[in-house]
Design a protein around this ligand. Structure first.
Ligand code: SAM
Length: 263
């Protein structure tokens, strides 16, 4: 059996990094480690503990699921915004043209702005029905996404959301029925709830992983697609990835790959 405990010869923060990689398959880039260390120390402090104390609690199996979820949330970067990549949204709307009820999977969707931006754009383009499924490793983000309640955004139209009395906007019930969310780690084996999507989009998540891990994720996302379906990533995120059965659409920005129809 693989031990999830880190080797004793690392310092306590190094052991936390190893524990997180062993438990969640998440690697934390060097540039984010200091921020994560401070956040983890604050979290431990909020429980009246040091990093060593939190480690002892974890080794004794005394950390609750919610506490692990918070550690994982702190370990990852959740920056996002509505219509962060207008080019990606436009590409999705174009690919969905003529598809009766397109299925779109957004992997690493953070607190939901990306899936709801796609929904809003599809509604504005005249698509009455679709399914968009957002997944993220952070259950904290997924809980926010399911609420569908955000500060107002000028590009989110009335078809998708309505203003609330306190100056926010809430996505309509029927939109929240078509835009679903799931806590899911794309590096672990559990299948995603949305089967054979027509489009998979993952943006600003792969950059936090080393090349081999990125390739592993891209291979998995490709294998999930419907035959002829498309995989979209932000520019520069796929490095030199190549995958049998996947063709890169030349000069695409964002990156677009199409799965072969005979798979
Ligand atoms: C920087 S945000 C990007 C959000 C959105 N895609 C965008 O471009 O605005 C990256 C998200 O990926 C999620 N993430 C990181 N590793 C993941 C994994 N292994 N599986 C699922 N989500 C992951 C993080 O929790 C975070 O919310």
């Amino acid at each position: 059996m693989i031990s999830l405990d880190a080797p004793e010869d690392l310092d306590v923060f190094g052991r936390w990094l190893d524990t997180i990689e062993a438990r969640f398959s998440i690697q934390i880039d060097d540039s984010r480690q200091q921020a994560f260390k401070s956040a983890l120390e604050r979290f431990a402090g909020s429980l009246g503990l040091t990093l060593e104390g939190l480690e002892s609690r974890s080794k004794l199996g005394l950390m609750e699921a919610e506490q692990w979820a918070m550690v994982l949330h702190l370990a990852t970067n959740h920056e996002t915004r509505f219509f962060r990549s207008p080019a990606a949204t436009k590409t999705i709307v174009a690919l969905c043209k003529g598809v009766l009820a397109p299925k779109v999977l957004s992997v690493g969707c953070s607190s939901g702005e990306e899936p709801y931006s796609i929904a809003s754009a599809l509604l504005d383009a005249g698509h009455p029905t679709f399914r968009i499924h957002g997944t993220d490793v952070s259950s904290v983000c997924i809980a926010t996404a399911r609420e569908g309640l955000y500060p107002q955004h000028p590009n989110v139209g009335n078809l998708a959301a309505a203003a609330t009395r306190d100056g926010k906007m809430r996505f309509h019930r029927f939109v929240r029925d078509m835009v679903t969310f799931e806590q899911h780690n794309i590096l672990q084996d559990r299948p995603v709830e949305l089967a054979v999507p027509d489009i998979v989009i993952t943006q600003n998540m792969l950059i936090y992983y080393r090349a081999q891990t990125r390739y592993q994720i891209l291979n998995r996302l490709s294998s999930m697609l419907a035959p002829g379906g498309h995989l979209i990533t932000a520019p520069g995120e796929t490095l030199n990835w190549e995958c049998q059965g996947m063709t890169r659409i030349p000069n695409s920005n964002p990156n677009v790959f199409q799965r072969s129809v005979d798979v």
